[in-house]
Every structure is written in structure tokens, then in C-alpha cells.
Design a protein around this ligand. Sequence first.
Ligand code: LFR
Length: 474
Amino acid sequence: MKGLYLAIDIGASSGRHILGHLDNGKLILEEIYRFKNAMTNKNGHKVWDIDYLFEQIKIGLKMCNVLGKKPEYISIDTWAVDYCLLDEKDELIGDVYAYRDNRTKDIDLEVEKIIDSESLYRRTGIQKQPFNTIYQLMALKLQEEESLKKAKTFLMLPDYFQFKLTGVKANEYTNASSTGLVDPDTKNWDYGLIKDLGLPEEIFLHLRKPGVILSDFTKEMAEEIGFRAKVCMCASHDTASAILALPSIKSDALYISSGTWSLFGCENLSPYLTDAARKCNFTNEGGFNYRFRFLKNIMGLWMIQELRREFGEEYTFSKICELARENLDFPSIVDVNSNEFLAPESMSEAIKDFCKNTKQQVPESLGELAAVVYKSLARGYRKAKEEIEELLAKKFSELYIIGGGSQADLLNELTALETGLTVFAGPSEATAVGNLLASMMATGDVLSLLEARELVRKSFEIKRYEFKSNVKIA
Ligand code: LFR
């Protein structure tokens, strides 16, 4: 058996510690710990409880120790765009805002005064989203300049957690690219842009490529956790890790990284920065091995997660799928890319309002609401497929759905039906798998991205859905 690795993968709604090792040409996973995550409200803002998250990271590590399964290498990934600032004593400055907080409302207009959207896209390749770090930092500059003035270091969330474990401050490339402040050619910060925006250039550290060993735990941390380990830099943007773990070695596959968001796209070897791509809001996020994820964000299972929060957790995701299946003839469709669904007080009300305003039948029960969401997501995927085929002037035949959402059978069937593509679903823990594989490449246990993807294909059950689906929709 080769080394024992640990992936700590934290999403917007849950986090997990997953051990991985290679055995007989397969990657074997073992989940050690799982915990909840959610935004909290503080002083009228949506924030993350960063201390709670770090506590959870440590609890999971201590559990590895208690179980006698001590990983030699660990790595952390989280969602993107959110960041923290450290002062001269390396203390956190203020709260860590959650990207769904509305402090960035209309801040794009402020950025536009300095650089127009067309030039910004040509320069960074990042799709326009109100929550991109560029808008968050601009909001901070305009609303809390004192905090920005105190800042000595800018870290994305995985960078921060790694710093807490190792004492080493470093910025990882894939997560940094989601800020909208990185030059896709140099793969480093666009310092000219940062300066033009009036942000302090010196707080951004030289970007590091993922797939390397960062450092050991500090002595204090090793004592507290009960063992020594090395921290690796994986592709710390969760979506970058997930796409690393695509169970396909073909270059022309479409994918959806399906979780809180549905990230729909393909992998390119260079950024695609045309105005047509910008208008369709496709992004070019930095990936492992400097590949680019040409994708768009579609609202995703967040809509279902929010319905579940309202109706009660006794409704499991498979129960919600079942209820939706019983209501597939409910005719209404919503635009899942509409910002009304980004952070509504009530998701059910937001869906109902959308249907009312567009003069469609208004869903009432959870089954009807969920049917609207699943059908609308599949419709959103179809539109994205048509856009990407037109933008890149090529046809795709296969779609790989990975991540937790790949377990939603009904959605997979609807997706095959809507897109006409052959759909492959799994692995559901793609992000943790990608995290582990990057560490394995850092140590040489896995030799290349190609070998990593072959391993994924051999190690996990991948379900196949043909577009001749037997789902019946009225
Ligand atoms: C998915 C994800 C997406 C990013 C969004 C916000 O978890 O990382 O890739 O657009 O969250 O960070």
C-alpha cells in the first residue's frame, strides 16, 4: 500500500474528511468525519463562522488519530471567491463575508467606472457574478476602508486554513483565479488591474501552482492533533478539484460539477475570451495543470437545499426526488440563472413569484416546487449546451455529472432527455477525489493528470443514462 492521504473538502452546506489510498490500481476512500456548514447572519450581513470551520477541521483530524488512521499528507479545498484578510499580527480582520451577502449589490457599476466589462473579461476571462472577489474587495474599499488599510495579507479560505495548520502563508492559483484579479496568460495576479482598482498590491502573494507539498504541521498543531503530517496544495477551488477527477480522458467531454451550484462546461487548454463568450457569461477559471474550465454557473441544487430548509429536514434528497417525480407533469419552468434565486428569504416564494410574474401555473406543494426546479435545471443545462456548442463551434456527445448532485437520478434522466447527450453520473465525491489525487501527484504516487483520471474511471461506479429515457413529462 502506498501513502495514506486525507482530503478535507468544505462546501457551502457541509464539509467532510475523506481518507484515500491506492490499492491494487484503485483509489479507495474512507469517510472519517462529516459536519454541517451554513452562512450565519451578523449585523445584517451573511458571514461564515470561520472559527467553527477551523474547529471542525481539527475535530476530523483528531478523529483520524483516535482511529489510528493517521494520514501522511492532507489537503484542503473549499468553495471559491470568499477570502479573509490578516493584519500585521496575522490576525483576522473583521468577519469573513459569505458571497451571497448583498453588500456587492451594484458594486459592478463602481468597477465599471475604472474598467469596462468587455476589457475586464478580455483581461481575466472571468464571468460576471455579483459575488466575485473583485466586487467584494471593491465593496470593502467603499464601505469599510479602514479594514482594507489594516490588511497585510490576502488569503482565500483554503489558504487561510493551511496557514493555520502550517504557519505558511501562500496563495493557490486555482482558487485565486476565481477572484477576477488573475491574468490567465501569466497565471499570476494582474497587479496592474489591482492597482487601477485602488487595492493594495502588496497583500497578494505570488501564486503557487497546485500539486505540491506546502509544509509540515507546526509543532503546536502536531501536538494538538496528535500526529505529524504534511500539508499539500491541491486545486483548492472545489470545482477545480472536482474537474481534476473527471472519469474521462477524452478532451471533448462536457461536464457538470453538481452540488450547491451546477457548473456546466468543458475543459480547454487555453482561455477563450471572445465577446460572445462574455455575453453568454461563460468563465475561464484556472484549473489543475493550468488547464481552463470554460463553464457557466447554473443555480444548482441550492434551490432544492433551500426548499428542504423550509419544508423540513425530514424530507431527504431522495424523498424530494420521489415527490418531484410524481409531479413531473406540472408545467411551469423558471429561469435558473435569474439572480432572484441567489439568496431569497424564501425559495418557495421566489419560485412562486417567478411563476406568477411569467403567468405560469403556481406550484404549491414541495413535490410541485421540486419538479419545477429539476425540470428547470435540466432546461438550463440544455441552453448551456447549445451555447457552448455554438461558441466553440463543435458538437459534444457525452456529459459527465460529478459531485453530490450526480446522485439525483431524476435530474440525470431529465438532463439526458433535455440535452440528448449520453449522461454519465459519478463519482459523487469527485471534489474529495480530486483533492486526494493532487496530493498523490505532489508525492509522485500518481504520475500525471491522465493517470489520475484513468484511476477515477477504474475506481468508481459510473452510471450511464441514454437520452432515450423512460421519464414521461406531459
Ligand atoms: C462551487 C463553487 C463555484 C463557485 C461558487 C462560489 O462550490 O466553488 O465554483 O462559483 O461555489 O464560490
